[in-house]
Design a protein around this ligand. Structure first.
Ligand SMILES: Cc1ncc(COP(=O)(O)O)c(C=O)c1O
Length: 378
């Protein structure tokens, strides 16, 4: 049996097979212990084998593994309440879904419903998922993999951080502006408070909805609950997924009161979103982040990476918290391959010179020292 038998041949494969994991380390079939600075693509917030998360998911599996949203379950209300409180009280309703793309799809649907307009403005370099709507607002998808004959709505683009381009692009036909406050796939590129505040102001002026796609940067990765908190800019909706369930598939659309007011019975729907196991995972993930003070750890250790890892091929840093970009003097792919040969897993991105780090929030300074030593060796 090969490692890809019967699997659709659409994913390039790393040169390792994982058979187990603990903390921030992966165990491979050939007996290596690999430092995971990629976290399953920004998913493994609490690290591997987290006792509280494992207990909560196992207990829910034993108690009742599934009921749909039409059947009240306390665990669903607990997860929604926990996430709304974690987000700081700006959002009064949460729609649970299964993925980041689905969260974005529903955010756009709400914006169209509220405004009855036909255009969305997105930011160059952004990634929002692979469904027809999320792919339509993903930079470069049309040239790479979109394949649908047309997009379901009109899309205009604003260059990253270009405040001067906002007024000319965000007009009165725009239903929503969607932006990753820190782009992930785009290369751990942070938009900065000024650009985000300018988008907020323009959306207010023309009556468009502002959507923050925090699928990758959200749920503590920035060192704050959401990047909206980091930059002090309030969107109308936040979409999130990835770290939210620490590996249990789930996503969420967080809505402010005006958006909630536009909802109607059966206006949104899903079978698996808000399932009890996903909700148990969400509750346990946020519990873990809060009880272990992991956002403080993210702030401290990300600063330590900036201070100590400008060595070897690394000439600079970008991003925020544990969505960290190492700017390299050579192709990121080359650095990634060399790190993996030294038992360190890192990611690449749409920027060919940026190595992307998305580690579990539990990463410590001693493990960053392993990265520094490996980089010095390149
Ligand atoms: C910012 C952002 N939005 C949306 C998505 C899509 O999420 P999913 O793959 O869960 O649909 C991703 C996935 O990488 C992402 O990084």
């Amino acid at each position: 049996m090969s490692t890809t038998d019967f699997l659709a041949p659409v994913f390039a494969q790393y040169a390792m097979e994982v058979v187990g994991a603990e903390g921030v380390f992966l165990h491979t079939r050939d007996g290596r212990r690999v430092l995971d600075l990629y976290g399953g693509h920004a998913v493994a917030a609490l690290g591997y084998g987290h006792p509280g998360w494992t207990r909560a998911v196992s207990a829910q599996a034993a108690a009742c593994n599934f009921q749909s949203n039409a059947v009240p379950m306390e665990v669903r209300v607990r997860a929604a309440t926990k996430l709304a409180r974690f987000a700081g009280g700006h959002f009064d309703s949460i729609f649970f879904v299964n993925s980041g793309a689905e969260a974005n799809e529903n955010a756009l649907r709400m914006a169209f419903k509220m405004t009855r307009r036909t255009r969305v403005v997105a930011v160059e370099g952004g990634f929002h998922g692979r469904t027809a709507a999320a792919g339509a607002i993903t930079w470069g998808a049309d040239k790479k993999w979109y394949e649908f004959p047309r997009t379901p709505f009109d899309v205009s683009w604003v260059p990253r951080r270009d405040i001067s381009a906002i007024a000319g692009t965000v007009g009165e036909d725009v239903a929503a502006v969607i932006v990753e406050p820190v782009q992930g796939v785009g290369g751990a590129f942070d938009m900065g408070a000024e650009f985000l505040a300018a988008l907020r102001a323009r959306c207010d002026a023309v009556g468009a909805q502002l959507i923050f796609d925090e699928v990758q940067i959200g749920v503590g990765r920035s060192g704050q609950p959401f990047a909206a908190d980091l930059y002090g800019v309030r969107p109308d909706m936040i979409t999130t997924a990835k770290a939210l369930g620490n590996g249990f598939p789930c996503g969420a659309l967080l809505m402010t009161p005006a958006v909630t007011a536009a909802l109607k019975l059966e206006g949104l729907g899903t079978t698996f979103g808000g399932g009890p196991m996903a909700c148990a995972a969400i509750e346990a993930t946020i519990d873990g982040i809060e009880s272990q003070d992991l956002m403080a750890n993210v702030r401290r250790v990300s600063q330590y990476i900036r201070e100590t890892c400008t060595v070897g091929p690394v000439v600079g840093h970008q991003g925020a918290g544990f969505l960290h970009g190492l700017i390299c003097d050579r192709p990121a792919k080359e650095v990634q391959t060399a790190l993996l040969a030294r038992n360190i897993l890192a990611g690449v991105s749409g920027d060919p010179r940026v190595v992307r780090l998305l580690p579990p929030y539990t990463l410590r300074e001693a493990e960053v020292d392993l990265l520094r030593a490996a980089l010095e060796d390149l």
